[in-house]
Design a protein around this ligand. Sequence first.
Ligand code: DC
Length: 231
Amino acid sequence: MYKITIAIDGFSSTGKSTVAKRLAKALGYIYVDSGAMYRAVTLFAMEHNLIHKNQFNKAQLIKQLDAIKISFKFNKKLGFAEVYLNGQNVEKKIRTLEVSQFVSQVATVSEVREQLVLQQQSLGKDKGVVMDGRDIGTVVFPEAELKLFMTASAEKRAQRRYDELIERGDDVSFEDVLKNVQSRDHIDSTREDSPLAMAEDAIKVDNSNLNLDEQFEFIYSLAKAKIAECN
Ligand code: DC
């Protein structure tokens, strides 16, 4: 059976990864969270004192890019692949609000993007992949057979993210999470290199008023139809 490439792009906290993981599992495809790769580079920059409030040593980060090795290892218990930075599992560390506050800046660096895009293309070279991010349908896999673009209101997205962070035990305020969502929307959509944009041939999914099951069923039916069309 011919396997397709599924690109899921959209604003932050639109639930891309939740639906992408579930879709990959249902189809027997691999799932790649490209945002996790930008987050891992950001964590590296933070741990090496290359980024702080009001200061980002871009030149040093570019110099040290070769020292950053990102990999994914499937965790059977969780049912998805966790991200590793230089051999260390950083799945939890990359999800903090602190990393979220710096990641959009790191994602503006063309040298970082170039390297991560190559890795992403290599991870999806055999097809049978569901990858989520901001530029998957436009830059990483412009030939993807199915492209989705997820949106929801900033308030809905911030509420989902806030609930997740509180559940993990993080001490954050809703206002800070909302500010972060809005600021990332702005940086992600206005950066020069590969800004967040909907590919011309993408299908827009506004999930402000859809629950997880409704959203999944809709996307799963699109994927099955596309797979049938390609076989
Ligand atoms: O999907 P996420 O929120 O974990 O992504 C973190 C950041 O990484 C996001 O603010 C933008 C950036 N990103 C990107 O520029 N390109 C991608 N393909 C994925 C994420």
